[in-house]
Design a protein around this ligand. Sequence first.
Ligand SMILES: [Zn+2]
Ligand SMILES: [Zn+2]
Length: 433
Amino acid sequence: MTKKSREEAVPGYSASGLIACHACDGLHRIVDVPAQGKALCRRCGALLYRNLPRSLDHSAALYLAAMILFLLANTFPFVALQYGDRIEQSLLISGGFALQQARMGEVGFLILLTSVIFPFLTIGGMLYLLLPLRFGYRPPWMTPVWRMVRTLSPWSLIGVFMLGLLVSVVKLQDLATIVPGVAFYAFIGLLVVSSAAVASFDPAALWPRIGPVPDQTAASASSDSAAAMGYAVCHTCDLLVRRPATGMRWVCPRCASAVHGTRISGSISRTWAYLAAACMLLVPANLYPVMTVTRLGPAQPNTILSGVMHLIEEGSWPLGLLVFFASFIVPISKLAALVFLLVSTQRGSAWRLRDRILLYRVTEVVGAWSMVDIFLVGILVALVRMDGLATITPGIGASFFGVSVVLTMMAAHSFDPRLIWDRAVRARAGEST
Ligand SMILES: [Zn+2]
Ligand SMILES: [Zn+2]
């Protein structure tokens, strides 16, 4: 009932309208899919939407559980380090503050943002939206809250933090006994529950899946891109919005967000700029030590690669390979993949369009895992503070590496994959005339 009235609130739109693929901008008619089924883009294979029955019930319950686990994980002791009769306890947020004290405030702040603040805002924002909707009310400020959740969720990295924690536990094995606290188990629970919450959420619970009422031209030329038909996707609620008459502001009729044209403006040049900066920072990030370990004797500076070698020498080669993959192979292949995508897009190449869009999607997802080394440094610095016995201090390499990872993630976000298809279509049209 509420669904019906919300659809009618947007004039000119219907549940049997059109929808555009977010990866290639291909135009599709909205059709019913069976329960648990999904609709995929005909051109590039990207997910258009899923049909998750009772998504609102499931995701509201899961986000509520995630919030409880998050609060437990942040109030109780996380892990304790036992060395002889000395015990050092630390909280989840200790890593960020320990780096602040070691005059590496910017890296500490990055850890604090991605492991505590952004996850809190994402889970809290989702609860703010889902709980009232579950009981039949529409919360005020739905648009800004949803926009915040959408912007922050790629930067909330609790899974990556967990991997950093596992690596640090292995690294400390021969130094001291690690006693996991209540917060440690709560955090593992949070990881599982929040992944389930993300998987069970269907955006149609907030913004019903509706599209523009198809007119005759749209119906006959539906293999075109939405932009070619004069539509742009609203970046907040994903509604297709028709280009207004000249001089009028392009505004989404449903969520009142401004629509910024059909493509990310200056996408290619902005992505090149981020990439060049990230590439340059990767050199000092690998040359300078990310941390210095002092343990009963001379200080031992560790670069990213020597840290991997230590892990392998100590016999934990699966973890060593994992860190090598996450902090060396992933950043370099991510840069290479983005350069390849930029060059092939600028040349209007029509070679393997589907695979290139897939490559972009993989690049976007995998990139955040490079943060594992930054979390590792933060956790080790926070845990190992046993004066006279052992200390770990952060190195300048960690700052370079952290900024480089953030810049590569920004490069991936500013690249507009829909240009891959646009340019290929335009190049083909140019050849035939
Ligand atoms: Zn597509
Ligand atoms: Zn909108």
